[in-house]
Design a protein around this ligand. Structure first.
Ligand code: 0X9
Ligand code: ZN
Length: 508
């Protein structure tokens, strides 16, 4: 795929998108012609733009809710963001007709044919990401290994293409340890997402030996990190395209560069659980084209085979944007048969400040990663949508530390709970401290028991006891654990009889 992209002229700039987001929040509409270039066009201008059937147009559509948003997605609309019932994205003439048929209000954003993707060079290119992963694996040979777990679509065609990489973190024989898997970049233009996965790898490896929590996870968990599921698409994003799908061109003779409605399969509609259901396009040109069958694409088939290699407690897949935490199901309004999914999802929402909800209430989808991982394998699975409408898909790289701050606590929390996800219903110890052998911590609810283990968590109720009194846990550590710096795992039981998650702290 040698074709290069010219940068979009940036008519739909980040600033304009921020102004748009602000005006939406303020509820003041777009009728002022002078608000920072956010003039809205008339419907006549919109139909004129779409009339040759080739161009797309940026619009905001007001809907009655998720079911109608799903209809727009099925019709192939390239949805960029959702704010409750309002959708921002780009449409073609065909999709405009669907909007009219559904009698929806549409606001034209003139001249904004697509999101510009400025690809701030601070973001890792494919090559730079592989280098960064290789550097980690060679710097921490006892803690991490880098594996090629499959080929992209282009590579499968015998072209240059890309390999798919997983960084596996865990010390010693981790085959029976609780596992968490993190995925980034199913969608090529969602630039922030691989950076979250890479930052997590660095946080764990660089913190090993000094940060008690990171040390606990590296020693007592198996952690697999896949920064980029869609490297072929990312190669286009690096050249300025606002690409979403993979680059499989065997379904349509369109060339990439046509816009978001070009060739390719939406990898987040191609998983083989309830594949072929609602919220996925059957048209190869659509932004959510589902492919020929579940796992027709080499990228999703490789993720399937990777995930099936072992047992997992949690799966996290990072997307952007809209500041959301989502859990299955996406294909039905029925609630998932596991009350831990929403309970843990709400915690992830508290940590990040993002809005937690069942994914179907954004809009219905079928064939997405989390429905498959939960439906087929019972893995507690989450989608995080990173960034606001103002951030869009290509915020400046300087925003990455903020996104990492928002997402780090949740990504670590899944590691914390991985040995016992039901611990979400028990008390969490805060302000855990050891000073001169004196242990202190507190919780937000009354504690009945406190205990600790050395080095790795043991069976509930069999640890060394500390004192529980009201909201507080305290006690002198036995001299045996204070002679040298040792990793202590402490947890407490609440009035409901449930033990909470383990906290890691150094004995000295
Ligand atoms: O549509 C998607 O694949 C995800 N959003 S994105 O803007 N990153 O493309 C959301 C998938 C979550 N599942 C459901 N909403 N059902
Ligand atoms: Zn996405």
């Amino acid at each position: 795929m040698a074709q290069r992209f010219s940068r979009r002229s940036g008519s739909f700039s980040r600033v304009a998108l921020a102004a748009l987001a602000l005006s939406l929040v303020a509820g003041c509409g777009f009728s002022t012609p002078s608000n920072g270039g956010m003039r809205t066009g008339t419907e006549a201008e919109l139909t004129a733009r779409l009339s040759d059937g080739q161009k797309d147009a940026a619009v905001i559509v007001s809907t009655s809710g998720p079911a109608q948003i799903g209809k727009l997605a099925e019709a192939g609309m390239d949805i960029w963001g959702v704010d409750g019932k309002r959708v921002i994205g780009s449409i073609t003439q065909r999709q405009y007709q669907t909007i009219k048929r559904l009698k929806l209000e549409v606001t034209y954003l003139p001249g904004k044919s697509g999101l510009d993707n400025s690809f701030d060079p601070g973001y890792h290119s494919n090559a730079e990401m592989i280098d960064a992963l290789k550097a980690l694996a060679s710097r921490y040979p006892n803690l991490a290994r880098l594996e090629d777990f499959g080929d992209s679509w282009e590579k499968k065609q015998g072209g240059k293409g890309n390999d798919l990489w997983v960084l596996k973190i865990g010390k010693g024989d981790t085959s029976a340890k609780p596992g968490v898997i993190y995925l980034g970049l199913h969608h090529a233009r969602e630039l922030v997402t691989p950076e979250m996965v890479l930052n997590l790898a660095k946080h764990l490896l660089e913190g090993y030996g000094t940060d008690a929590e990171a040390t606990h996870y590296v020693e007592n968990r198996e952690i697999w990190l896949v920064p980029m599921v869609n490297p072929d698409g990312h190669a286009l994003a690096e050249q300025g395209s606002d690409w979403r799908k993979n680059t499989n061109s065997s379904y349509t003779n369109l060339q990439p560069g046509h816009g978001p409605s070009g060739p390719g399969v939406d990898l987040n509609r191609n998983y083989g659980y309830k594949w072929g259901g609602p919220g996925a396009d059957t048209n190869p040109k659509g932004a959510t084209f589902r492919g020929a069958e579940g796992f027709s694409e080499p990228e999703t088939a490789a993720v399937r085979d990777l995930v099936r290699q072992r047992k997992w407690s949690f799966l996290m897949t990072y997307h952007s944007f809209s500041n959301l935490i989502l859990w299955p199901w996406g294909h039905t309004n029925v609630a998932p048969p596991d009350n831990r999914l929403p309970a843990i999802g709400k915690k992830l929402g508290e940590f990040s400040g993002y809005d937690p909800k069942q994914s179907v209430s954004l809009y219905p989808t079928s064939g997405d990663t989390t429905d498959w991982a939960f439906g087929e394998l019972g893995i507690l699975s989450y989608t995080t949508e990173i960034g606001t409408w103002g951030d869009g898909f290509d915020p400046p790289y300087s925003k990455v530390p903020q996104f990492w701050n928002e997402n780090r606590p949740g990504s670590l929390y899944m590691l914390k709970l991985a040995d016992n996800p039901s611990a979400v219903f028990g008390p969490e110890l805060k302000t855990v401290k050891v000073q001169n052998g004196q242990f202190n911590a507190s919780a937000s609810g009354a504690l009945t028991d406190v205990e600790f283990f050395v080095g790795k968590p043991g069976k509930e109720g069999t640890g060394t006891r500390l004192n529980a009194s009201g909201l507080n846990a305290s006690g002198m550590l036995p001299p045996s654990v204070m002679t040298e710096k040792q990793l202590l795992l402490v947890h407490a039981r609440g009035a409901n009889g449930q033990w909470g998650p383990f906290e890691a702290v150094w004995s000295r």
